[in-house]
Design a protein around this ligand. Structure first.
Ligand SMILES: N[C@@H](CCC(=O)N[C@@H](CS)C(=O)NCC(=O)O)C(=O)O
Length: 240
């Protein structure tokens, strides 16, 4: 690399959108197409990378590890520091545009992808945490029968039902199609992916389609996200 080459913030994730959609869209919104690097990593190859531990020098996890949490997404900043946690990255990426004069922002930029208003931000943060919690609490038992039984409980009386009812209610109160009414935020991007994708891509075995269909506001939000002008411009450059 020549010394004149500018190092750009680099987001590392897999080919699919999963936990990276919000961060990718937020980086595109703040920095444009050419202001960051969207590095897509092969999942099978990533799985083969040895998981390094640092019992003698924990600081090396943030100083020298290639992948600081052994999972992705990861944002590598120009200064060399690497960050994990998709929501933290998405919020940071959205906030990057806050102090930039309007004339220096990309033409497609929309304000408040992460809202400055404290109550709006609370609504967005709640939704993002709810989606995260859904993923974390989803029963993943090895044994298929046990997994099916636990997923049955998960969507009938467990956290998945509570969480979906909450998101459905928030969208009802906002008037939709987004959490903040007509204004898109990273909360809606998380509702689209990974949440909506779990159902739409058939990745939620043990949870029937009718369950998802009983939440029309969530479905409307998922359909409205790709129709937003920011996403339409984003998809001119990125397939997912
Ligand atoms: N809390 C983390 C979770 C990251 C995570 O679970 N990443 C998954 C993909 S969505 C991963 O890297 N899986 C591959 C692996 O663990 O080998 C975040 O939100 O960024």
């Amino acid at each position: 690399m020549s010394s004149a080459t500018k190092i750009l913030p680099t987001l590392q994730y897999f080919q699919f959108r999963g936990r990276a959609l919000a961060s990718r869209v937020a980086l595109f919104n703040s920095l444009g197409k050419d202001g960051w690097v969207d590095q897509r990593v092969s999942l099978p190859r990533f799985k083969k990378v040895p998981k390094v531990m640092y019992p003698d020098a924990p600081v090396d996890r943030v100083r020298t590890a290639d992948y600081i949490t052994n999972n992705l997404p990861q944002l590598n900043l120009e200064c060399g520091t690497k960050f994990s946690q998709s929501h933290a990255i998405a919020r940071y990426a959205a906030k990057l545009s806050w102090d930039v004069p309007a004339h220096q922002l990309p033409e497609h930029h929309i304000p408040n992808l992460y809202p400055k208003n404290a109550k709006h931000a609370l609504l967005v943060d709640e939704a993002v945490a709810i989606v995260d919690q859904i993923l974390l609490l989803t029963p993943k038992d090895e044994d298929a029968a046990t997994r099916a039984k636990n997923r049955q409980a998960y969507h009938t009386t467990g956290f998945l039902r509570v969480a979906m009812e909450l998101l459905e209610g928030r969208l009802e109160v906002s008037g939709g199609p987004y959490l903040l009414g007509k204004d898109l935020s990273i909360g809606d991007l998380y509702i689209r992916a990974p949440l909506g994708d779990l159902f739409d891509l058939g990745q939620f075995d043990g949870v029937p389609r009718e369950f998802y269909e009983s939440f029309p506001n969530i479905q409307k939000c998922c359909s409205a996200v790709p129709e937003h002008p920011l996403l339409k411009t984003y998809h001119e450059h990125y397939t997912n």
